[in-house]
Design a protein around this ligand. Structure first.
Ligand code: BGC
Length: 671
């Protein structure tokens, strides 16, 4: 802790009346905290959200210009590229400052537990290691430029059904191994200025008043130094919340803090010191944001650099799921006509709905980008092929089929209509809506050279998978998405994104199927077996596994080098050489999983404990090194209430996806 800040905080605290203190603990409107003019304290300004600055909520800040709409959370994570994510965090900070705000409400790191959850597009992964690394990079980038993050939504906020009162019933081991490690990693490695507690309850207690989560674990075990803010409307109590560890009630005006909190002190329900502690944390936050010093906000919004970064991020995320007969990339030199089909080609969805939606200054659709890149070289035909409603209209399909038959290749853009994936509501099913499946089937029958491009944030059923040669997931790629996907399809950029969630064949195969959506109580009955941990354990074949993503080149994984023995409490170093054996430059995400060969409690078949993205020219090779710390071998022992490493043999598995393990080595951990 900075002693200058601490003495300043203590000095101000002595000058504040109880009423003034309490005024700092709730918003005055949707986005601002209270100002105290006589002490030169101005309002802290917050805004959404995780992939661009939200400017449409009427905040009094300088929110006049639109902001860069970056690809959404699932894209950010699908890059598996923390260095790039850090640059995005820095760009978001520049935009936040230019728009007059101090705290950007993100990252959203919640685990993707069920494919239908409405906010999956905003979140990162089914795996806490990926979520933690991605969130850490995002926060470091943002806060490195003097803008505060709000790590959200703490904790077990994994669906929208019953979003305001659902009770996530989670056993201690699953909590520690699946639902908390990424929060822990971001807190320990990046110290976010704020943490936002979730709407839901966790094991019967609202997250906004959960002493165990907010005080014992977050502050006590992990050393969180910042302020806890409530999700908007998530606070329901006065005494329990302040004593539980909630500092700032949002939005304002105060509902359970304010007058009721003053009363709670005056009638001796709580000690004034509980209020003081929360005020100290708010004052530190205000000082960091420069709100006591009239700090000038510089920054810039929607610059050419940010636009280029939005495109680079989208390109780095786009995931090539299938590419039979190397249909992709398309070679404009050898084709004359392309049929572009599907509403999402012309009406690109750049984001899911809700508080994370960003109003962009412009938007490049795939159709526009393809037309401009292929102008004069290839004829680009377009038909919508289907509508947004559920019915199939054969006349619309027929029009598309006419084009498909004439073309050398078909690019069929199938995805979600606006707000089909959104905060506030889970998806009703896992199918593509609006007759898109039927459109794909008929188009595939009309032209075998068909590429399906998905424009959605979460898995969909692909009943036509065997009938199409190629499938590309572009996710919600932000305002530069059209340029990004065109560059991938035409081979100007080699795809290198990898899935951060398992794509199941059908909903019935998914880990939380039997317990979703639950009622008020949502039983996390799959325990630690979320995502690939479940598919591995049950032997259920996914459609596309966690970590999957193809490239236009090939990579060779050489023998694993490194330590064969380690000791409990010490790190283990593992090296592996990777070579680009194809004929174009490309990037590979090298994934390291650990398997415990013998354990006193059931463990997943393997767990991701390291990854690195490397960029290699044809023929080039590089050595990738991993430092596996104690946690890489540990599990949480619920009886001992501690992480334990049981000495013995572990397999280190390195590969290109969770199902494409190329090399294996054994490491003995001695006690
Ligand atoms: C969302 C948060 C968001 C807040 C402010 C809430 O409903 O859950 O993610 O930051 O609103 O818009």
């Amino acid at each position: 802790m900075d002693t200058n800040i601490e003495s300043r905080v203590e000095e101000i605290l002595t000058k504040l009346t109880l009423k003034e203190k309490v005024s700092l603990l709730s918003g005055i409107d949707g986005w601002l905290t209270a100002a105290i003019e006589r002490l030169g304290i101005t309002s802290l300004i917050m805004t959404d959200g995780p992939h661009g600055v939200r400017t449409d909520h009427g905040s009094p800040a300088r929110m006049t210009s639109p902001a860069t709409a970056f690809p959404t959370g699932v894209s950010i994570a699908s890059t598996w590229n923390p260095m790039l994510v850090e640059r995005v965090g820095a760009a978001l900070a520049e935009e936040t400052q230019a728009l007059g705000c101090d705290v950007l409400l993100g990252p959203c790191v919640n685990i993707i537990r069920h494919p239908l959850a409405g906010r999956n597009f905003e979140a990162y992964s089914e795996d806490p290691f990926v979520a933690g690394k991605t969130g850490t990079a995002w926060v470091k980038g943002l806060q490195g430029k003097g803008v505060g993050a709000s790590l959200k939504h703490y904790a077990c906020n994994n669906q929208e059904y019953e979003r305001f009162r659902g009770n996530s019933v989670v056993d201690e081991r699953a909590l520690r191994e699946i639902y908390l490690p990424h929060f822990e990693m971001v807190v320990k490695e990046a110290q976010p200025w704020t943490v936002m507690c979730a709407y839901n309850r966790v094991n019967g207690v609202y997250a906004s008043e959960d002493y165990y989560l907010l005080t014992e674990i977050l502050r006590g075990e992990w050393g969180f130094e910042g302020a806890v803010i409530s999700d908007w409307g998530a606070n329901h109590t006065t005494v329990e919340s302040i004593e539980g560890g909630l500092d700032l009630e949002m939005p304002g005006p105060a509902k359970y803090y304010g007058g009721l909190l003053v009363d709670a002190v005056n009638i001796y329900q709580i000690e004034e010191e509980s209020v003081n502690n929360a005020v100290r944390r708010m004052l530190r936050l205000l000082i960091k944001a420069g709100r006591l010093d009239g700090k000038e906000r510089a920054g810039s919004v929607n610059t050419p650099e940010h636009q280029a970064l939005a495109r680079e991020l989208a390109e780095d995320a786009i995931t090539l799921l299938k590419n039979e007969e190397s249909l992709l990339p398309l070679n404009p030199g050898s084709i004359k006509t392309i049929a572009v089909i599907g509403p999402n080609a012309a009406e690109l969805q750049i984001s899911g709905g809700g508080s994370a939606r960003v109003k962009p200054p412009y938007l490049v659709s795939p159709l526009d980008a393809l037309r401009s890149k292929l102008d004069g070289k290839v004829e680009v035909l377009y038909a919508r092929g289907c509508g947004y409603e559920e019915d199939v209209h054969q006349e619309q399909i027929d029009e598309a089929l006419g084009l498909a038959k004439r073309a050398d290749a078909v690019l069929l853009f199938a995805g979600m209509p606006e707000n089909f994936e959104t905060e506030g509501r889970d998806r009703p099913h896992m199918q593509l809506p609006g007759g898109r499946d039927e459109l794909i089937r008929q188009a595939a029958a009309a032209n075998r050279n068909i590429v399906v491009v998905l424009n959605c944030g979460a898995p969909v059923e692909m009943p036509w998978i065997d009938e199409v040669k190629a499938v590309v997931q572009m996710y919600y790629p932000g305002m530069e998405g059209g340029n990004a996907i065109a560059n991938i399809l035409l081979g100007e950029v080699n795809p290198s994104g990898k899935l951060t969630v398992t794509y199941p064949t059908k909903l019935e195969d998914t880990p939380a199927y039997l317990n979703y959506p639950g009622g008020r109580d949502v039983i996390y009955g799959e325990e630690i077996f979320t995502g690939y941990r479940y598919y591995d354990k049950k032997g259920v074949e996914p459609l596309f596994p966690f970590g999957h993503g193809l490239s236009y080149t090939t990579f060779e994984y050489c023998e694993i080098q490194g330590q064969e023995k380690g000791k409990v409490g010490e790190s283990v170093r593992i090296d592996i050489e990777i070579r680009n054996t194809g004929d174009c430059p490309g990037k590979e995400v090298v994934q390291l999983y650990v398997r415990d060969l013998e354990s006193s409690l059931p463990r997943p078949v393997k767990e991701l404990k390291g990854f690195q993205k490397v960029s290699l020219n044809p023929g080039e090779s590089t050595t990738v090194s991993f430092e596996l710390n104690e946690r890489a071998f540990a599990f949480y022992h619920p009886d001992k209430r501690a992480w334990v490493v049981e000495p013995g043999a572990f397999d280190v598995l390195i590969g290109s996806s969770s199902k494409d393990i190329r090399r294996k080595a054994m490491v003995i951990i001695e006690g």
